[in-house]
Design a protein around this ligand. Structure first.
Ligand code: TPP
Length: 215
């Protein structure tokens, strides 16, 4: 699900696509939805826990929460009464996990396990990734770098060097290559035409020719 501007409504939208993919529909796809820790205090997150876990009607939904322990400037303790957001999944009989989201290897392994479960069981899984908050949220909380936080890219680069998998200069060259590529893409996008206002409802509702149950 694409992340939305009003936080967390992607969790409600995810129920729709996951319902189309649930067991018995013949669909093999799954829905993956992601949001932040503070957003889980919105009702849409609770709605997705309820709708995805109903007995006999479970949905193939991977719920990912990236927990950086802040909602703009509100710390975790001011928002939640439980130690981990993933604990909420336990009340809905879904498997849960908490991982170090700053560690790409741990994240890869945890995603593999979670994806395998959702794809084969066609049931929901709640994964909580503990991540850094490298900068303030915006001007609302000051957008300066937060020095005490772990920079996951720097840490991973050190690991690659220690294991002799990549050298500093190889990593610098990669960074330069992708920075240039993204810079070019950003320039190109500015030259693209604006979307036609008549397309505002495209892909919001099922196509008007769509008939439930048919391909
Ligand atoms: C429905 C709604 N309420 C309030 C906001 C204002 N707002 C924007 S981001 C944010 C906090 C998000 O925190 P979190 O979900 O932890 O995500 P993070 O930005 O830390 O990744 C809030 C309250 C919003 N965008 N939408």
């Amino acid at each position: 699900m694409p992340v939305t501007s009003p936080i967390e409504i992607q969790y409600s939208i995810a129920i729709g696509t996951a319902r189309a993919q649930r067991k018995g529909t013949g669909a093999k796809g799954i829905t993956i939805v992601q949001g932040g820790d503070a957003g889980t205090a919105e009702g849409d997150f609770a709605t997705s826990l309820i709708w995805s876990s109903r007995k006999g009607n479970e949905l193939p939904l991977l719920l990912i929460v990236t927990n950086n322990r802040y909602g703009i400037s509100t710390p975790y303790a001011g928002q939640h009464g439980y130690d981990h957001i993933s604990d909420r999944g336990k009340a809905f009989n879904m498997p849960t996990a908490v991982i170090d989201g700053n560690d790409p290897e741990a994240a890869y392994a945890a995603l593999e396990t979670a994806l395998h479960y959702v794809r084969t069981e066609r049931k929901p899984y709640l994964l909580e990734a503990m991540v850094s908050r490298l900068r303030g949220h915006s001007s609302a909380s000051g957008a300066n770098p937060v020095k005490e936080e772990i920079d996951c890219i720097e840490r991973f680069e050190r690991r690659l060097e220690e294991r002799n998998l990549m050298t500093r200069s190889q990593m610098d060259a990669l960074k330069e290559k992708y920075t240039a590529e993204l810079g070019e893409a950003a320039k190109r996008i500015r030259t693209e035409p604006q979307p036609d206002p008549r397309s505002v409802y495209d892909f919001v509702f099922a196509d008007k020719n769509y008939v439930a149950g048919e391909q």
